[in-house]
Write a protein of this length. Structure first.
Lengths: 376, 207
């Protein structure tokens, strides 16, 4: 069976007891890779796609359309910026050798680490403060900007026609992208002070994605779509179900209905934190799965599977912290989850976020070995 | 007293303008700053905290209430100082060294201020020496530490160890995405707060 078919059959709960490790959803910090290169990992780990191949991940490709927040870092890692074309011009405002104040490519004023570009900065100010600034920023979110789609698009499309791997589009983010442009605190205040403004932003974002998706669907047989939201934290959802229904649900339904009308029924969302309260809302909104199911936030894929049955694809939930412990702990973690989850279908193994640099290379190899043994 | 009940309700509803007017009205009516603070503002924020804990309200509602509280406090604070009204106590708070994340810390600060604590916010990327020295010099009742990353939460241990070695009496309370009760126990922290609302309970328990 082609990997593309395996992926779809697992996602549709048709294929059980199969381990498919989607390359796109195995994430590593740059410091982790550097550590592993010193611990005997082959040079191939220094290239993202060669790492995927050498670790035997199952190839999953996200099409190179600038449709969601983009990575400006090594390895597809942070720093991230919204899908602006053009990006803001980066400016250094102050530099004390350890940290610096800067305007980043997303137009945000940040305090960042000089020597650690992947580490989360402190966000101090944002480019969207009011309607005037939003009207300026919106110009950078033209879905038809000439460089939004890759050059030689027709050639790409031709190559994809004969593919044997799943191909997805990274598109869709309403809360997440609004927050990136407006700022977390300001967004929370605006939800009450000027909800109409938030609606305007989301209506535009809906247009942005529908235009991009429409063009993709015209030319390509897509296998899945992957949203990014990060709309939860340890305690649960960042905002109420009522606000979810008011500000997000109509847009999710519109975009996801478009996808489903073209036969795309693998519609995934990425949110850190405890998303239990959001899961039924996402299902209602047309999503069919989520990632990464953070263990420290209390997420439990086994419990979710028992609760949602075949209603929801689950990806992740392997506690990344355990990989820093011993092999017995890793085996416990994997064996307590993966065999059951794959027996039900609808599960793809992954750590519950970026693999941190306190994980030794041999431990990661052991983890992969376990997955492969389980999958036969 | 009706005006104080209205003040509490306005704060719960996040109506900053109404909070301002009602604080002014209460002052004009001769209500003491201490009474306005305790029976109007703090009692309102306590309701907010309880509702947040039960997930009856969420972060946006907490933030607009906290903003409304700050509006009221801007008027009330000088009067409280004049009347020599003391806060419940002092808490030194910061995000640990190597970590620039401040959203969680800011929420906790807002909620603790709202229920009458004086917060000395040291900001982000704060080293253990600064945290402990500030706690000692300010005679802080507690130190609140936040970390977002598994790679930075180790600095919480440094703070605990330094505080003990310097005979700092402040209780150390920790929180953040990767932080757990087990970790708090492991490093000898006095308390662990799952979320901003729980921070109030933890502080009340210890102090």
């Amino acid at each position: 069976m082609k990997p593309r078919d395996v992926f779809k059959q697992i996602a549709n709960f048709e294929l059980k007891d199969a381990v498919f490790i989607p390359s796109y959803l195995q994430w590593f910090w740059g410091d982790t890779i550097l550590r592993w290169s010193r611990e005997g990992a082959p040079l191939s780990v220094l290239s993202r796609e060669h790492l995927d191949e050498s670790f035997g991940f199952d190839r999953v490709v996200i099409m190179p359309v600038l449709s969601n927040y983009q990575s400006l870092g090594y390895y597809g890692n942070p720093p991230y910026a919204p899908p602006f074309i053009p990006l803001f011009e980066r400016q250094i405002l102050e530099d004390d050798g350890r940290t610096r104040l800067a305007i980043d490519a997303g137009g945000r004023k940040i305090k960042e680490w000089v020597d650690e570009p992947e580490r989360m900065p402190q966000w101090l100010d944002y480019p969207v403060r009011d309607r005037a600034s939003w009207n300026d920023v919106k110009k950078r979110l033209d879905p038809h900007a000439p460089t939004r789609f890759p050059a030689w698009w027709e050639d790409q499309v031709r190559c994809w026609k004969d593919r044997d791997y799943p191909l997805g589009l990274f598109a869709g983010s309403f809360f997440g992208l609004a927050r990136e442009m407006v700022g977390f605190e300001n967004l929370n205040y605006l939800l009450y002070d000027d909800p109409k403004f938030i609606h305007e932003i989301n209506e535009y974002l809906e247009y942005f994605w529908i235009e991009i998706i429409t063009r993709v669907l015209r030319d390509v047989e897509l296998d899945f779509v992957f949203y990014w939201e990060d709309i939860a934290y340890k305690k649960g959802s960042l905002f109420s179900p009522k606000m979810f229904r008011e500000f997000l649900m109509p847009h999710y339904i519109k975009v996801n209905d478009l996808l489903r009308s073209h036969g795309i029924d693998i519609i995934l969302v990425d949110s850190d934190g405890n998303t239990e309260e959001l899961t039924p809302l996402w299902i209602e909104g047309g999503f069919t799965g989520q990632y990464p199911l953070e263990v420290t936030a209390g997420m439990d894929a086994v419990a979710l599977r028992k609760k949602y049955g075949k209603n929801h694809i689950l990806i992740g939930n392997i506690d990344k912290r355990v990989l820093a412990k011993d092999k017995a702990a890793i085996k416990d973690e994997v064996m307590n989850k993966v065999p059951y989850l794959i027996s039900q279908g609808g599960y793809f193994p992954a750590l519950d976020h970026f693999c941190p640099p306190d994980v030794p290379y041999e431990n990661y190899l052991y983890y992969l070995q376990l997955l492969k043994e389980i999958g036969g | 007293m009706a005006v104080l009940k209205e003040l509490g309700d306005a704060l719960i509803n996040g109506d900053a303008e109404q909070v301002r007017s009602l604080v002014e009205a209460a002052i004009a009516a001769g209500v003491s700053p201490h009474q306005i603070l305790n029976e109007g503002m703090i009692s309102g924020m306590e309701v907010v905290g309880e509702r947040f804990k039960k997930s009856d309200i969420y972060i946006p509602e907490v933030m607009i209430s906290a903003r409304a509280m700050l509006e009221g406090m801007n008027i009330l604070e000088p009067l409280l100082v004049e009347a020599d009204v003391k806060p419940k106590g002092i808490i030194v708070i910061g995000t640990v060294e190597g970590d620039l994340h401040d959203i969680g810390k800011n929420l906790v600060s807002m909620m603790l201020k709202g229920v009458g604590w004086k917060i000395i916010d040291l900001g982000v990327d704060v080293n253990a020496d600064t945290i402990v020295e500030t706690a000692i010099s300010q005679q802080a009742d507690a130190i609140g530490l936040s970390a977002l990353l598994t790679t930075t939460m180790g600095h919480m241990r440094k703070v605990v160890e330094l505080a003990r070695s310097k005979k700092c009496n402040s209780k150390v309370i920790i929180g953040g995405a990767p932080v757990t009760q087990d970790f708090a126990d492991e490093i000898g922290a006095d308390g662990y707060a799952l979320d901003p609302a729980s921070a109030i309970d933890v502080v009340n328990e210890f102090l």
